[in-house]
Structure formats: structure tokens, C-alpha cells
Design a protein around this ligand. Structure first.
Ligand code: GLN
Length: 500
């Protein structure tokens, strides 16, 4: 097996046993970057020299016995809306094209303290607004399973980097599904933790009441190991939660006996591709055979999630993005007569179409005449959605469903119709509105060979149930080969058995 094929945890073990050096690990990932980036474009910025220098420092610390964590020496990628000190952070926007943060996000600091090497910054939809990674100022990312297709979004770069072997894991952010949906499209595992679990300090805000940072990994164990490191109370984030326990890896038992799993009927209706529906029902059957109690039920409120989400997310975005005015950060338009023209031109030239659409929508729903009719109503709807989940979780340990209505669309297909793109978020946005954790685990592929993920939702602070069920899914599913590994026929046979 090549170094770049190892999971993050396995690589960490090999490094600890001195069978692989940290430098070799970084070189292995850089090798994949050199080989694939021209086609995939998962990264906005790669910092080779910095990564290699950091590798040598981390190696020394490991040799001295100062770094003993499971991911010490493992190279990873970070989404480009998460600040990295001294490393360009653009949110894939022109307006931040020259922004070099003077500090690192808390999650990044925690990774670095654990000996993780940051390779670079991954591409995304501009300011995390989108579902395909096509709205990036730096051009789209392509899906490593089939480069004619999008990787999903907005953390498409992070998911594609992991799927292409260009990073052993990555950080993403999820405001309305941006970790789970691209994870599903790229055949990797991603988790959005309970709101408040990972510090948002240093995450460039989109919808502050919805945003969460989370890991994207090659498997569930890698995600748990990363979350073990990045989770924790942070006084710098006023919405950070102090939790009793932060050991997510302990939950990877794969034992679902007696676990109550609910499948919302309202997630399986119109608009869902057959291949995805079949994957969900096959997943449910398989978990049942392993001893879980599976029931179909009506979640309710599903049709209100998208409008509520887009009103709230845009409202918060319009306020959060007011700070980008050409004065304090990044891009400033040239040849302006006065201050107002400078603001106007810098913002007009610095932001892309989708971002402008959201700023206008957000400003509208917050304006005095429409606040009650839209924003306030959306907040009330949000409360009802939370209630629907509370009720569901009084009966079930987890909710199982699709992560997206289809597999990855073709490049260019979603851009022409923003409303259609918004509707594609139907299965993911409610988790953000309710603050609950959600995970996507690869389950099978469709007839074109594109991956399908299962989405598991849990009650607040019950990531353990998600890890338990996801590790069970992995056990049942068996070996899962990412595009950088050689394909073999026994895999496609296995997928047929899974009913997808
Ligand atoms: N697709 C959703 C949006 O465009 C979610 C994005 C996200 O989670 N960052 O808002």
C-alpha cells in the first residue's frame, strides 16, 4: 500500500512506529496534489515549503516524545474560510484575494498543537454560499470520481481533496449542509457537530447561528479522531458550549443492537432519485439485520425548512458581509472619486453574483417593512422545526435519510437556476436550523458510479449515536475504495448486494 492510501489514523500509527517519516507523509500528499490538481482543483492555495518545514519540526517533537496524539505528523487541508495565520485565506472570493490572516482559527490551532501539518487551503463556493463549489472566484473544483461532475458544496474542495488522496483529512464548514452534501457526492465521510461544539473563532462568518466547523475524512474513525481534537469550549466564541465529554472515538463500536432508527417518510417522496431512495432503504434494512429497530415516521415541517433557512442565512450573511468594504480587508477598487464610490465599486467588483443575491435578499428580509413578514416568521418556523426534531428524538436515537436528492450533478447544471440549487438542500438545512449533529457516510454508488452517502441525524450532543451507527454502516458496507486507489471488480459486486 502506498503512503497516500493510508487513513489518517493508520498514517499516524506508522509515523509513531517510525516506519514513515512526517516528511514522507507530506511528500505523499504533495505527490497526489501534483498529479491530480490540474484536473481536480481542490485547493486555492498549497504551501509546500511551509508544510515541509513544519513536517521537520513535528518530526523532532515526535522523536523527543512531546507529541503523542494519534494524528501527529498527519497532513491535512483546511477550507478557505477558516483563518490560518500567515496563510492566505480568501473564502474563494475576489474581495479577500489578498487577505493573510494575522491569527489562526481555534480549530486550526488545536490541530497544529496535535501535530497536524496544514498543506493548504481548499476551494469552496464563495463565502460558503452554494452547493457545487462552482461559485468560487478561482474557478470550480471537479469531482474526483468523475471530473464532468461537481464535488458538491460548499466544502467541495475539502471533500475532493480527501477523495483524491490530496489530503489525509480536511476541515470543512457546514451552514446548511456544506460538509454532509459534498461528502456524499465525493464518497467521503463528513460530520457537522452539534452547534457550539467546535469553536467558530476564526471561521469567517456566513450565517453565524448556523455555521459549524467539522471534519471530512476517509472513514468514520478518522472523523472521530479529528473531532476529538478540534471540539472543546472556547471563551472566544460566545456560542461555544462546554460539554461533559469530548471523546467521540469511543463511540465507534459498530453495535446498533437495540438502537432506534427513524426514517422520515417525508424525506423519501417526490424529487428524490431512485438510486438514493434505494440506498436509504437498503441501509435501513441492513441496520435492522444488525439488531436496530427501524421505523418509518412523519417528521413534519420538511417543506418549510428551505424557505426558513434561506431567509435566516441570507439575513445573517447580509450583516456579516457588511465588513468587506475595501477598507479593512482584501480587494479595493481603483480610481474612486470618494469614499462611497470606493465602497460601492469594491463590493460590486469584489463579490460574485450569488453572494450579491444573498446580500440583497438578506437586506430585504431585515428591512423595517418586511422584517415581521419574513425574518420573524422564519425564526418562528425555525423553532417549530426544532420542536419536530425534539419530538422525533423522544422516540428515536437517530434519523436516517438521504444527504441530497441526487448524486453529483454535471458541472454547469445548477448555476443557471439558483432556486433549483436551493431546493437541493432540503435534507440538510434543518439540522443547522435545529442545531443538531449530522453525518454523511458513503454507502454505495449509482448506475454511473457516482457515490451516494447516507445521512444520519442525532439529537443535540449525541454525536456518539451517529458514530455508532456510521461505524455499523461501514462494517456492513465493507471496503470502500476512493478514486485514488485502484478499482477492482469485487467492489462493484458488493455494491449490487447493497441494492444500489
Ligand atoms: N447550500 C447551502 C447554501 O448555499 C449551504 C451552504 C453551507 O452549508 N455553507 O447556503
Amino acid at each position: 500500500m502506498e503512503i497516500y492510501e493510508l487513513t489518517a489514523l493508520k498514517l499516524g500509527q506508522e509515523i509513531k512506529k517510525h516506519r514513515v517519516s512526517v516528511r514522507e507523509a507530506v511528500q505523499a500528499a504533495l505527490g497526489q496534489i501534483h498529479k491530480n490538481e490540474e484536473k481536480i482543483h481542490a485547493y486555492v492555495t498549497v504551501e509546500e515549503e511551509k508544510a515541509l518545514a513544519q513536517a521537520d519540526r513535528v518530526q523532532k517533537a515526535i522523536d523527543r516524545g512531546e507529541l503523542e496524539g494519534p494524528l501527529a505528523g498527519v497532513p491535512a487541508a483546511v477550507k478557505d474560510n477558516i483563518c490560518t495565520e500567515g496563510m492566505r485565506t480568501t473564502c474563494s472570493s475576489r474581495i479577500l484575494s489578498g487577505f493573510i490572516p494575522p491569527y489562526s482559527a481555534e480549530a486550526v490551532k488545536k490541530l497544529e498543537k496535535a501535530g497536524v501539518i496544514i498543506l493548504g487551503k481548499t476551494n469552496m463556493d464563495e463565502f460558503a454560499m452554494g452547493s457545487t463549489t462552482e461559485t468560487s472566484w478561482y474557478g470550480p473544483t471537479r469531482n474526483p470520481w468523475n471530473t464532468a461532475h461537481v464535488p458538491g458544496g460548499s466544502s467541495g474542495g475539502s471533500c475532493a481533496a480527501v477523495a483524491a488522496g490530496e489530503a489525509f483529512f480536511a476541515l470543512g464548514s457546514d451552514t446548511g449542509g456544506s460538509i454532509r452534501q459534498p461528502s456524499s457526492f465525493c464518497g467521503v465521510t463528513g460530520i457537522k457537530p452539534t452547534y457550539g461544539t467546535v469553536s467558530r473563532w476564526g471561521l469567517i462568518a456566513y450565517g453565524s447561528s448556523l455555521d459549524q466547523i467539522g471534519p471530512v475524512g476517509r472513514d468514520t474513525a478518522d472523523c472521530a479522531a479529528v473531532l476529538d481534537i478540534i471540539a472543546g469550549y472556547d471563551e472566544k466564541d460566545s456560542t461555544s458550549m462546554a460539554r461533559d465529554k469530548y471523546s467521540f472515538s469511543e463511540a465507534l463500536t459498530g453495535d446498533v443492537r437495540g438502537m432506534k432508527i427513524g426514517i422520515p417518510q417525508d424525506y423519501l417522496g417526490e424529487g428524490l432519485d431512485d438510486s438514493v431512495r434505494q440506498a436509504v432503504t437498503a441501509g435501513a434494512e441492513a441496520l435492522k439485520e444488525c439488531g436496530a429497530i427501524v421505523e418509518y415516521f412523519n417528521l413534519g415541517m420538511v417543506e418549510y425548512a428551505i424557505p426558513a433557512y434561506y431567509v435566516i442565512a441570507s439575513a445573517e450573511a447580509s450583516s456579516n458581509l457588511a465588513r468587506f468594504d475595501g477598507v479593512k480587508y482584501g480587494y479595493r477598487a481603483a480610481d474612486c472619486e470618494d469614499l462611497h464610490e470606493m465602497y460601492k465599486k469594491s463590493r460590486s467588483e469584489g463579490f460574485g453574483e450569488e453572494v450579491k443575491r444573498r446580500i440583497m435578499l438578506g437586506s430585504f428580509v431585515l428591512s423595517s417593512g418586511y422584517y415581521d413578514a419574513y425574518y420573524l416568521k422564519a425564526l418562528r418556523t425555525k423553532a417549530l422545526i426544532k420542536q419536530a426534531f425534539d419530538q422525533a428524538f423522544s422516540r428515536y436515537d437517530i434519523i436516517l435519510g438521504p444527504a441530497a436528492p441526487s448524486t453529483a450533478p454535471l458541472l454547469g447544471d445548477s448555476l443557471c437556476d439558483p432556486l433549483k440549487m436551493y431546493l437541493g438542500d432540503i435534507y440538510t438545512v434543518s439540522a443547522n436550523l435545529a442545531g443538531i449533529p449530522g453525518l454523511s457516510v458513503p454507502w454505495g454508488t449509482d448506475s454511473q458510479g457516482l457515490p451516494i452517502g447516507l445521512q444520519l441525524l442525532g439529537d443535540c450532543f449525541r454525536e456518539d449515536n451517529l458514530f455508532k451507527a456510521a461505524s455499523a454502516c461501514e462494517k456492513i458496507r465493507g471496503r470502500w475504495q476512493l478514486p485514488f486507489a485502484a478499482k477492482n471488480s469485487s467492489d462493484s459486486e458488493k455494491r449490487e448486494v447493497l441494492g444500489v
